[in-house]
Write a protein that binds this ligand. Structure first.
Ligand code: NAD
Ligand code: ZN
Ligand code: ZN
Length: 338
């Protein structure tokens, strides 16, 4: 089968023919129709993080397709079912975290397109227990980005505990952030969106953002404190330390700063202000299978729609360059049917 492979960190991905993976018991073989390109895939290819992915690696954790084969012991899925293969490839199912609806914290987890091969390929093996079905009225291309960008921002908004009518700031209007703006509006929040590119802020406005700030032109935190009196919560998806520092400073007392983006740097966290302001700073990692079902339902009901440009697998290195330069509006989805 055709796949895009990371052989070495910081090198171009190689488009090559690799053996079609074999299905073990409790697994399924998914024929990938579409796979979104997440900034995490770029971090993986660069070896940016303390925990490194396997090499060689087929990245991709927004793969959507049809089941072509079900392994021994799989009873709840059948050939032909439409599913997505998310970042949480599998978890142990019996630890403290798995038992309390926090499976994304499981220490025994595997991650698609990181510790196991993912969706930048014609086929991908998945753990039958951790895939989620795609609603009938969503195309593979439209559904694919919801399996990471969608669920991650939806879950982060829940973690922010911002209530309808209150203010949330979304830092970074990229693949994640442009969905974050839409989920926040669908959840009844007032939204201020922050990015460093005017085109992305225009998109944020079209998607319902009530206010936008260009962090290259203003200190976003000062602006938000002055214009809005601070936000009740913030979801920071930007891949920049500066954005995290500003995200923290734009919150009002008692608010929550949800960290989502994964730049490899550290963030400044003033102890005095955090204590006196009663600020909560929390990390949020993707979402559970239940979060994913809810995420997909919003899209199935037409309440959110990912802005998508489809491309071919052969374009992957160009797509990575565009992502590094911040040139992508919305999400690029590899259409494996092209
Ligand atoms: P993206 O490249 O599509 O979007 C990033 C956006 O941040 C861009 O629009 C960029 O212009 C903007 N930005 C950069 N510097 C900024 C600044 N100083 N202020 C405001 N905006 C700024 O990337 P993405 O796919 O949306 O992913 C974003 C990050 O989230 C990545 O680090 C990725 O690894 C991480 N991520 C985390 C999770 C999780 O579960 N926590 C899940 C998926 C992705
Ligand atoms: Zn992702
Ligand atoms: Zn577990």
């Amino acid at each position: 089968m055709k796949a895009a492979v990371v052989n070495q960190f910081k090198e171009q991905l190689e488009i090559k023919d690799v053996p079609k993976p074999e299905v073990k018991p409790h697994q399924i073989l998914v024929r990938i129709h579409a796979c979104g390109v997440c900034h995490t895939d770029l971090h993986a290819a660069h070896g940016d993080w303390p925990v490194k992915p396997k090499l060689p690696l087929i990245p991709g954790h927004e793969g959507a397709g049809t089941i072509e084969h079900v392994g021994e012991g799989v009873t709840h899925l059948k050939v032909g079912d439409r599913v997505g293969v998310p970042w949480l490839y599998s978890a142990c199912g019996h630890c403290e975290y798995c038992l309390t609806g926090r499976e994304t914290l499981c220490l025994e987890q595997h991650n698609t397109g990181y510790s196991v091969d993912g969706g930048y390929a014609e086929y991908c093996v998945a753990d039958a227990n951790y895939v989620v079905k795609i609603p009938d009225n969503l195309s593979f291309v439209d559904a694919a980005p919801l399996f990471c960008a969608g669920v991650t921002t939806y879950k982060a908004l829940k973690m922010s505990e911002v209530k309808p009518g209150e203010w949330v700031a979304v830092f970074g209007v990229g693949g994640l952030g442009h969905l974050g703006v839409q989920y926040a509006k669908a959840m009844g929040m007032n939204v201020v969106a922050i990015d460093t590119f005017d085109e992305k802020l225009e998109l944020a406005k079209e998607l319902g953002a009530d206010k936008v700030v260009n962090a290259m032109k203003e200190d976003a935190a000062d602006w938000i404190q002055k214009e809005i009196g601070g936000v009740h919560g913030v979801v920071c998806t930007a891949v920049a330390k500066k954005a995290f520092d500003q995200a923290y400073r734009c919150i009002r007392r008692g608010g929550t700063c949800v960290m989502v983006g994964l730049p490899p740097e550290k963030m400044d966290l003033p102890i005095f202000d955090t204590v006196l302001n009663g600020t909560k700073v929390v990390g949020s990692i993707v979402g559970t299978r239940k979060d994913l079902e809810e995420t997909l339902q919003f899209a199935a009901e037409g309440k959110v729609k990912c802005i998508i440009e489809t491309r071919e697998l052969d374009d992957i290195n160009t797509i990575y360059d565009e992502m590094l330069d911040g040139k992508i509006n919305g999400r690029i989805v590899i259409n494996m049917e092209k």
